[in-house]
Design a protein around this ligand. Structure first.
Ligand code: ADP
Ligand code: MG
Length: 340
């Protein structure tokens, strides 16, 4: 069982500036698995931008062109579960042996291995074995190797052996093409200005773009409503509201204090301890970023400070993001939790 999803193909992975490098590298790998310099091929980028789709597409294409090769798609999370099961059942060697027989190994979301040293260790050995034997490894991650935290150096250096290709946010033209492709697939016609309206207003990622057009298709066919820009506006507003949870200052304080294992009273206290100060400054920064509150209001809610303190906090965070990698990693982790 390859675990590949044949709905994810190169044909329906639309090309644009944002994914061209990754897509072309994927094609090259599919033509000659293990036989290019792109080994491993690491595809990285933000959520919903097409990493999983492209990873499957490469695997599906390899199965098609090289039916004799064994291809396996697995998420890093399932890989870890299998590994810990094997340790518990004392079948660790079988686990390793199984993976050594694979010709093309695709591991999705390797950022999940962060901090899991046992799984990293076994993956390191499997990776080396496959690589030495000319087998192809394809990885995806939400970050570039340089930005990965809590992954062993020896693994990171292996990840950089081949090609790291970023998938970026699709530009307007690519978004239009993706929408048109979905309409074509579903046999639905929609006025051009509506399609362009959707492409213009849903910029976050491809998953949300798909969600928006699918609700629009549903609206028009089930409710027999004519598809106009007004309808699109309505649907997108609802859609975007559905996916965006209102973020309050309280919620930000809770997420930040949980993250640093502090209680909210400590976060808001007068403490000058470095980690507490940084946590407080992050809370202020995110409150400014995600709420419509005034600086004065943010200050008064987060430990009775004044607006100048909040402003200073925001500047400090900006500076630390430029200079302090570890801080930046914490920042991104929290940002991700807040936007979930
Ligand atoms: P990621 O793994 O990066 O979070 P996915 O691969 O799950 O993202 O993609 C999210 C959705 O967007 C999927 O339904 C996928 O088919 C679609 N998608 C992403 N990029 C493209 C593209 N270039 N062309 C067509 N569909 C795409
Ligand atoms: Mg994915």
């Amino acid at each position: 069982e390859s675990q590949l999803n044949s709905n994810y193909s190169f044909d329906n992975f639309l090309e644009g500036e944002s994914n061209r490098l990754a897509r072309n590298a994927g094609m090259a790998v599919a033509n000659k698995p293990g036989g290019t310099a792109f080994n491993p091929l690491l595809i990285y980028g933000g959520v919903g931008l097409g990493k999983t789709h492209l990873a499957h597409a490469i695997g599906v294409e390899i199965k098609d062109k090289h039916p004799e090769k064994t291809v396996l798609y697995i998420s890093a999370e399932v890989f870890m579960q299998q590994y810990t099961d094997s340790v518990r059942k004392q079948t660790r060697n079988d686990f390793i042996y199984f993976y050594q027989l694979i010709d093309v190994l695709i591991v999705d979301d390797i950022q999940f291995l962060a901090g899991k040293s046992g799984t990293q260790d076994v993956f390191f050995h499997i990776f080396n074995y496959l690589h030495q034997n000319g087998k192809q490894v394809i990885l995806t991650s939400d970050k570039a190797p340089v930005d990965m935290q809590d992954i062993e150096q020896r693994l990171l250096s292996r990840f950089k052996w081949g090609l790291s290709a970023e998938i970026m946010h699709p530009d307007f033209e690519t978004r239009v093409n993706i929408l048109k492709n979905i309409l074509y697939r579903d046999g639905v016609e929609m006025p051009n200005d509506v399609v362009e309206y959707v492409a213009k207003n849903v910029k976050t990622n491809v998953r949300e773009l798909e969600g928006a057009i699918i609700s629009l298709i549903a609206q028009s066919s089930f409710n027999k409503k004519e598809v106009t820009i007004d309808l699109a506006k309505n649907v997108i507003e609802k859609f975007v509201k559905n996916v965006r949870k209102e973020i309050s200052i309280d919620y930000i304080q809770k997420i930040v204090s949980d993250y640093f294992e502090l209680d909210i009273d400590t976060l808001c206290s007068k403490s000058r301890k470095r980690n507490i100060v940084q946590a407080r400054q992050l809370a202020m920064f995110f409150a400014k970023k995600y709420t419509k509150s005034s600086l004065a209001n943010i200050g008064s809610q987060i430990g009775s400070r004044d607006h100048a303190t909040v402003l200073h906090a925001c500047k400090t965070v900006d500076n630390l993001l430029e200079t302090d990698k570890e801080f930046k990693a914490h920042f991104e982790d929290i940002n991700k939790k807040l936007s979930m």
